[in-house]
Design a protein around this ligand. Sequence first.
Ligand SMILES: *[C@@H]1O[C@H](CO)[C@@H](O)[C@H](O)[C@H]1NC(C)=O
Ligand SMILES: *[C@@H]1O[C@H](CO)[C@@H](O)[C@H](O)[C@H]1NC(C)=O
Ligand SMILES: *[C@@H]1O[C@H](CO)[C@@H](O)[C@H](O)[C@H]1NC(C)=O
Ligand SMILES: *[C@@H]1O[C@H](CO)[C@@H](O)[C@H](O)[C@H]1NC(C)=O
Ligand SMILES: *[C@@H]1O[C@H](CO)[C@@H](O)[C@H](O)[C@H]1NC(C)=O
Ligand SMILES: *[C@@H]1O[C@H](CO)[C@@H](O)[C@H](O)[C@H]1NC(C)=O
Ligand SMILES: *[C@@H]1O[C@H](CO)[C@@H](O)[C@H](O)[C@H]1NC(C)=O
Ligand SMILES: *[C@@H]1O[C@H](CO)[C@@H](O)[C@H](O)[C@H]1NC(C)=O
Ligand SMILES: CC(=O)N[C@H]1CO[C@H](CO)[C@@H](O)[C@@H]1O
Length: 696
Amino acid sequence: MSSGLHLLLLISSFHLMALSTSTKDSSFVFNGFGKADLSVDGSATVLRSGLLQLAKDTEHQMGHAFTKNPVEFSSSKPLSFSTHFVCALVPKPGVESGHGITFVISPSVDFTRAQPNRYFGIFNASTGGSNSSRLFAVELDTIKNGEFEETNHNHVGIDENDPISVESAPASYFSETEQRNVSLNLSSGDTIQVWVDYERTVLNVSVAPLNVVKKPSQPLLSRAMNLSDLFQSTRLFVGFSAATGSAISYHYLLGWSFSTSRELLQPLDISKLPRVPRHRVKHKKPYALIVGLPAALAIIVISLLAGVYYHRKKKYAEVSEPWEKEYGTHRFSYKSLYIATKGFHRDGFLGRGGFGVVYRGDLPESKPIAVKRVSHNGEEGMKQFVAEVVSMRSLKHRNLVPLLGYCRRKGELLLVSEFMPNGSLDQHLFDDQSLVLSWSQRLVILKGIASALFYLHTGAEQVVLHRDIKASNVMLDAELNGRLGDFGMARFHDHGGNAATTAAVGTVGYMAPELITMGASTVTDVYAFGVFMLEVACGRKPVEPGMEAEKRFLIKWVCECWKKDCLLDARDPRFGGGFVPEEVELVMKIGLLCTNIVPESRPTMEQVVLYLNDNLPLPDFSPYTLGIGSFTPVVVDAASLTGTYTSRNWSAPWASSSSANNSEEHEQPLESKKSLNVVVESEDIEARLSKPTSGC
Ligand SMILES: *[C@@H]1O[C@H](CO)[C@@H](O)[C@H](O)[C@H]1NC(C)=O
Ligand SMILES: *[C@@H]1O[C@H](CO)[C@@H](O)[C@H](O)[C@H]1NC(C)=O
Ligand SMILES: *[C@@H]1O[C@H](CO)[C@@H](O)[C@H](O)[C@H]1NC(C)=O
Ligand SMILES: *[C@@H]1O[C@H](CO)[C@@H](O)[C@H](O)[C@H]1NC(C)=O
Ligand SMILES: *[C@@H]1O[C@H](CO)[C@@H](O)[C@H](O)[C@H]1NC(C)=O
Ligand SMILES: *[C@@H]1O[C@H](CO)[C@@H](O)[C@H](O)[C@H]1NC(C)=O
Ligand SMILES: *[C@@H]1O[C@H](CO)[C@@H](O)[C@H](O)[C@H]1NC(C)=O
Ligand SMILES: *[C@@H]1O[C@H](CO)[C@@H](O)[C@H](O)[C@H]1NC(C)=O
Ligand SMILES: CC(=O)N[C@H]1CO[C@H](CO)[C@@H](O)[C@@H]1O
């Protein structure tokens, strides 16, 4: 009897529990996320203050926070829900703010195939309008993507399966007190409330600043849509996603209330919401201050006590570790470099490169030297880098800037190379109007750099990637031969920097589109070399935002000129009449071959050297050939390519059909849906580029 009662109690309490979880699932409120049981991934974390931080302050991050279990929507009633959340997009000082926060409903929380940037960490370049990935999102977007037909950089949009919103509007709210629409700055860093209500196939979205007490009576967006039709499932995850690109914001959520029924939506308690840090500087700052301040004081005291002798010693202090012993002969003492450059005096200043500042120096009984001071912020990777530097010493080629050795100090590395009396090539191409290089001089430089790169790729013991080929990294010696300098430096930069950027280092405009996904390789060097060839032949930089649209992207423009059969129009007008038209055309064509966006279709450096010296005819291709002349900040969907074009085969299908005039159609998908800009958000400009119309 008593055991029967027990059982009954047990059953009913079990029942109650089941009941309570099911109601809890369909309606919940988080005033701060300290106790919220969400599943977060990517860069998303719950901070100690209870703030949910979605995307971090670094580039190309994405973060997700979703309910651990799917929300059970009633299968008997039509799908409906209401949500109210408070978020803030705090700009990172000094960079453009982006990309935005999305509220997401999805049958799955597997976003491993999603991409950051304008895809918000939920979509990807190929999720264009396909019905296979079922996804509903409300985006607060602070970047205008021309490609997604967005008209405003500060907008709210409704997305169905596709980053191209089905409806969007500039962020604003209807103010009850003023009886008018007031615009709202999403990226001001202020807290923003968002309401999304869906009932009887009408979706309403409203936004408002935090001081607005009630949901605006007129929604910002109101749209008829059938989500039951979209999902066909009643178990759906709800949550948020945010992503950064090269535009960065801190994406915070402060509170969130959700219910499957508008009536049951619990109010947020604004007073309990965590505070948003206003100007967040780097994490380490306070810590650095706590540790750094006493340390600095101590150093001051000690150095006061130690006097002149110590001062002198400190001035020349170096960092040396046991593993460096074997490189002893390649090490310069800081003191000798200090004296050689007269204390790094302004008079010896040669230039500022991407990685450091270069000074001229004179060592006793030696040719003049150039000393590059590279600052770095960690010892991580230093051993490997020094090993590489030393191994570079063994690289011998007449078109490489000879590296003589190095020196290490705290936070600083000094690289010593031979001094090149005629400066860097970009000075001669762009700045120095009085000293224009003739075509034949340019051709000599191009051939020299091509053979140096060929040597780096194949002639040395290991494959050496340059990673940052561009005119400013090409030096000119006394006879005006081109000398490639700074090899491997991009990699070094990478060591000191953020691991997330490992794959993609280099200079915008010279970076092969696949760099971001596949990493550096000899073909990415070939790509940069192709851009460099065009740069030298045309006397202009790869991207010139100030130019009229059709000339803005060098690769594209050269190709357009070719299509119009006036390739020579793209040449640098400054080398006057003294040139061989066939040579200029050859260089431009090789440049276009090398900048093919399909990596497998680029020539090797060996082939480039042969083409340049007329020892091998160019393959059959035209400006209409697939992959030629597409300007790049794009990443080709690698998966879609590998199936078709696996080997480096010059008679690949599209090359032979290159003369067909329908090849433009092939080009299209590569440039739009299958491509993704990860390097720089210049796709806005690119997308706005009208089809070139003017003749030559
Ligand atoms: C894009 O996402 C869809 C599903 O969300 C997936 O099927 C597809 O393979 C993804 N594409 C890439 C290139 O990751
Ligand atoms: C996607 O689904 C909608 C609604 O079911 C349908 O009208 C549309 O044709 C589908 N699109 C594709 C590409 O299958
Ligand atoms: C929005 O706020 C940010 C940060 O205060 C500011 O930089 C930006 O110019 C503002 N945008 C508009 C459209 O006012
Ligand atoms: C959407 O807004 C309209 C007013 O514009 C209102 O009549 C309707 O009830 C709202 N629907 C929902 C689901 O909030
Ligand atoms: C405010 O904006 C909404 C949505 O864009 C629009 O429907 C409405 O007419 C506007 N109201 C006023 C008073 O301008
Ligand atoms: C919405 O879609 C569901 C499933 O396809 C369908 O049963 C329902 O009738 C649709 N509702 C409306 C109002 O069209
Ligand atoms: C390259 O393509 C041609 C013709 O399509 C074929 O005959 C040849 O075997 C291919 N070579 C390689 C290495 O795949
Ligand atoms: C391609 O089209 C251009 C102009 O439309 C034409 O001049 C040219 O002859 C065509 N080439 C071929 C191979 O059809
Ligand atoms: C073009 C140019 O600047 N040429 C100079 C290169 O360097 C040699 C040696 O310093 C000079 O004699 C040239 O005038």
